[in-house]
Design a protein around this ligand. Structure first.
Ligand code: ADP
Ligand code: NI
Length: 217
């Protein structure tokens, strides 16, 4: 168990060192540590949670071009360490189901999936969430803010991924919604604190901009 986890850490780190859209190795490492913490509190299987957290971005359509090829590589990696078929399936299902996808994501069935999703979402909140949003926006060529732009309330996955937006809009279109979407009690508590920080950040940002507060915060 320990060997497959430590080897997986090295494998993931190698692949994500050059990542510039907020999914670098340090993101994975934070999500992994948070997921282990939540798994303890929630009584989730620590092996499944550890592996799914470490591998969760390797098949993401923002990180790799071909999602299916990403999943096949993960499956082959798990097979190499003789991870059982049912554990492999559980880990792959978590990886494919936890993404937000503009609010079009699926309902999660296991406590392990819920824990990993909460850990990933917590890394989009707080000071680190602010930093990642601006890094992602810079990488995609989005402006930091456009005051005249409408906040989109409902979007298809296509609009969420490829529609025009700004970094500050992303807070209203996704990040401020996350605290009410948390699955676990511990996750929700940490999300409330980090949400608070984002509210303070946005208030100060809009004050300095000389722009009125956006309505739906
Ligand atoms: P998804 O939930 O769609 O899988 P991620 O959680 O992987 O997206 O997003 C990773 C990081 O990139 C997060 O910190 C998130 O805030 C940021 N991000 C994602 N989409 C955007 C966007 N359109 N504009 C700004 N930041 C974004
Ligand atoms: Ni992630």
């Amino acid at each position: 168990m320990d060997k497959v986890i430590s080897e997986t850490k090295r494998w993931v780190e190698q692949q994500l060192t050059a990542e510039k859209t907020g999914h670098d190795w340090y993101h994975i490492d934070r999500v992994y540590k948070m997921a282990i913490r939540l798994a303890k509190e929630e009584g989730a299987d620590p092996f499944i949670v550890a592996m799914a957290a470490l591998l969760h971005d390797l098949a993401d359509d923002k990180v790799v071009k071909d999602e299916q090829a990403g999943l096949d590589r993960i499956e082959a990696w798990l097979d190499r360490f003789h991870v059982s078929k049912s554990d492999r399936l559980h880990i792959l299902t978590i990886i494919t189901s936890i993404s937000y996808k503009g609010g079009n994501g699926e309902k999660l069935k296991t406590i392990e999936a819920k824990v990993v999703q909460d850990a990933d979402r917590l890394d989009a909140l707080g000071a680190i969430g602010v930093a990642r949003t601006f890094q992602y926006s810079g990488a995609k060529g989005q402006p930091i803010y456009e005051p005249q732009r409408e906040v989109r309330s409902k979007m298809t996955l296509e609009e969420y991924r490829h529609g025009q937006s700004s970094a500050v809009h992303h807070f209203y279109e996704k990040l401020l919604k996350l605290k009410d979407l948390m699955n676990t009690k511990t996750g929700k508590k940490i999300a409330e604190e980090r949400h608070q920080f984002i509210e303070v950040f946005l208030e100060q940002f809009l004050l300095e901009w000389g722009s009125p507060q956006r309505g739906d915060s």
